[in-house]
Ligand binder design. Structure first.
Ligand SMILES: Nc1nc2c(ncn2[C@@H]2O[C@H](COP(=O)(O)OP(=O)(O)OP(=O)(O)O)[C@@H](O)[C@H]2O)c(=O)[nH]1
Ligand SMILES: [Zn+2]
Length: 208
């Protein structure tokens, strides 16, 4: 495979290879946008900006190089037979809206009911970033997180809720600053038994 052709990991769209432009082409695209916005791209303050933006993009979108399977492949059995709900709430994340390429920022709440093993708690934050650090819709992000948990942990049930503010709704367009979007997905026992969903919501509502 050509070095510039990379499949997107953990994505149903991964069947289609992605041809990546060179870094120089990416930097040139930044210059084009600056000039289109009305800037003089030769002024001193902007000379290094294309390079900085490319570097920032490598960080914002590193999820395309990450693999959820690798994040979730290490599990532990030595938890005294614990098989009740594990919930990590208020996981901060930011992603970028695929429609406007501006951030949406919020918190993820992720729960699962283990079968016979658990995963390191930090990995739920890491798997959120595997998918958040891509161009996304909030719905797709929610679905990808829960799919990764189900595919890799085989839990009795999983629940994912995201709450986020979309800058494309706050800073431009409709300009509804402070509006929060909630998305949620339940699978397994959480989908089948309302009592389990209620427990999830109850634990989410508990004050620290
Ligand atoms: N469902 C969903 N919509 C999103 C998300 N992020 C942004 N959007 C919406 O995507 C829509 C794109 O609408 P368009 O009419 O194609 O684009 P637009 O003219 O820029 O729309 P406005 O934002 O209304 O100005 C907007 O309504 C956004 O609010 C997301 O994560 N999920
Ligand atoms: Zn948007």
């Amino acid at each position: 495979m050509d070095a510039t052709v990379k499949p997107i990991k953990n994505d149903i769209r991964e069947a289609k290879p992605v041809v990546r432009p060179t870094r120089e082409e990416a930097e040139q695209a930044v210059r084009t946008l600056l000039a289109w916005a009305g800037e003089d791209v030769t002024r001193e303050g902007l000379l290094e900006t294309p390079k900085r933006v490319a570097k920032a993009y490598e960080e914002f979108f590193e999820g395309y190089n990450l693999d959820a399977k690798e994040v979730l492949n290490k599990t532990f059995r030595d938890v005294g037979g614990y098989d009740d709900m594990v919930l990590v709430k208020d996981i901060p994340f930011f992603s970028h809206c695929e429609h406007h390429m501006v951030p949406f920022v919020g918190k993820a709440h992720i729960a699962y009911l283990p079968t016979d093993s658990v995963v390191g708690l930090s990995k739920l934050g890491r798997v959120t970033d595997v998918f958040a650090k891509r161009f996304q819709t909030q719905e797709n992000l929610t679905q990808q997180i829960i799919d990764a948990i189900n595919d890799n942990l085989n839990p009795r049930g999983a629940a994912v809720m995201l709450e986020a503010e979309h800058m494309c709704m706050s800073l431009r367009g409709v300009k509804k600053h402070g509006a929060t979007t909630l998305t949620q997905r339940f699978t397994g026992v959480f989908a089948e038994e309302p009592k389990e969903q209620d427990r999830f919501f109850h634990l989410l509502a508990l004050q620290k």
